[in-house]
Design a protein around this ligand. Structure first.
Ligand code: NAD
Length: 369
């Protein structure tokens, strides 16, 4: 079956890293029994410049119809003073909202060659492989009422509302247990049920989904503050961590940095499965931004974008073998001692964005022989 992909390179280093993803896609189409229908459109600042919108309705229609969207990055200082609805980031937010991408998946994986690059001791991170599942469309970032108001006696009052419903918790819990089923089968659910009502509901609903649908998995409840501590104390105890939007924002950044540079870190955002086709809307993106400080200079690390495409192969296209092939090609290039500037270490060889893409393709070529 032909996989329908929409490429949205965006701004800054987005186009540079997605060019390398495109080369990998072309390689797979030429060397494996896979076929892709690849389209490309504008998002972010470049879309604002050319169309006046951070993403057009036409590009949104393509995203809704695609098997997966491959996103680069958006933003840059030239658009910082734009009105709120004319900011490049609105393009990404619209994609997340209209595609109803409620589950954000962020792996924290430590490549053997980069064990020394972590701020933790090598023995704590070597072989590390965690998946953080963050609820992305609910919780305190969206709950009403919210806002800042003036108080009668002077001063102001700010309110944000943490709000979760049964359905919101159950659907993210299912995503976590399904993922755990393909991994080591252990889910940690992180909340603050000791001090928050939403935490009590979260714990009860995750337990319910476990007991009724995923009894064969292991479920451990953990308070979010303890989870933050355990991530730096003994990160290898975790397999899948499921948590809400706010705690997930913080815990996923913490877990990601256990393994080194922003330029190495992929992510996926998934929507609900269509009851008929079983397919879920999906967007894959490196977690880094548009890096204006290095844009256009062949300095960006394309590995996060390439690993995001590996996630796409695994989770949207069901091509586990090719996902694993890509990941092992990345590991092999790192083992050869090739590094982009962001992960450069003494004694290693520095390459640019294109050089890193070349090296990965060379390893793939050798594997195909
Ligand atoms: P950033 O992630 O763009 O860059 C942070 C630092 O990491 C920079 O020094 C950059 O050079 C480096 N870096 C990032 N990715 C790299 C890569 N692949 N290879 C090598 N080095 C890399 O974050 P920022 O500087 O805070 O933001 C820059 C712009 O990106 C802002 O406009 C921000 O709003 C936007 N942004 C977009 C996204 C997104 O599109 N999802 C995410 C974060 C920030």
């Amino acid at each position: 079956m032909t996989a329908k992909l929409l490429l949205l390179p965006g701004d800054g280093i987005g186009p540079e890293v997605t060019v390398q993803v495109r080369r990998v896609i072309d390689w797979l189409a030429a060397n494996r029994d896979l076929s892709f229908d690849l389209d490309e459109d504008l998002v972010g600042g470049i879309s604002l410049e050319k169309t006046g919108e951070p993403i057009t309705d036409a590009a949104m229609d393509k995203a809704m119809a695609a098997d997966a969207v491959l996103f680069g990055a958006v933003g840059g200082p030239q658009w910082d003073k734009n009105a709120f609805d004319k900011k490049p980031e609105r393009g990404l937010l619209r994609l997340r909202k209209d595609m109803e991408l409620f589950a954000n998946l962020r792996p924290a994986l430590c490549f053997p060659a980069l064990t020394d690059a972590s701020s933790l001791k090598p023995e704590l991170v070597s072989g590390l492989d965690i998946m953080i599942v963050r609820e992305l469309t609910g919780g305190v970032y969206f709950g009403e009422p919210r806002g800042i108001e003036k108080l009668a006696g002077g001063g102001r009052k700010a309110v944000d509302t943490q709000l979760y419903t049964t359905d919101e918790v159950r659907r993210i819990a299912r995503v976590a247990f399904e993922l755990a089923g393909k991994r080591k089968g252990h889910v940690h659910s992180a909340e603050k049920s000791n001090v928050m009502h939403t935490g009590v509901l979260w714990r009860e609903e995750v337990t319910h989904i476990h007991d009724t649908e995923f009894k064969d998995m292991k479920l451990t409840h953990i308070l979010a503050d303890n989870c933050a501590m355990q991530l730096v104390r003994n990160p290898k105890q975790f397999d899948v961590i499921v948590t809400d939007n706010l705690f997930g924002d913080i815990l996923s950044d913490e877990a990601a940095m256990l393994t080194g540079s922003l330029g190495m870190l992929p992510s996926a955002s998934l929507g609900a499965k269509d009851p008929v086709s079983g397919k879920a809307r999906a967007l894959y993106e490196p977690i880094h931004g548009s890096a204006p400080d290095i844009a256009g200079r062949n300095l960006a690390n394309p590995i996060a974008a390439i690993l995001s495409f590996a996630m796409c192969l695994r989770y949207s296209l069901n091509h586990e073998a090719e996902a694993a092939l890509l990941e092992s090609a990345v590991a092999a290039v790192l083992d050869q001692g090739l590094r982009t500037g962001d992960i450069m270490q003494p004694g290693k060889t520095q390459v640019g964005t294109t050089g890193m893409g070349d090296a990965i393709l060379k390893v793939l070529d050798a594997a195909a022989r």
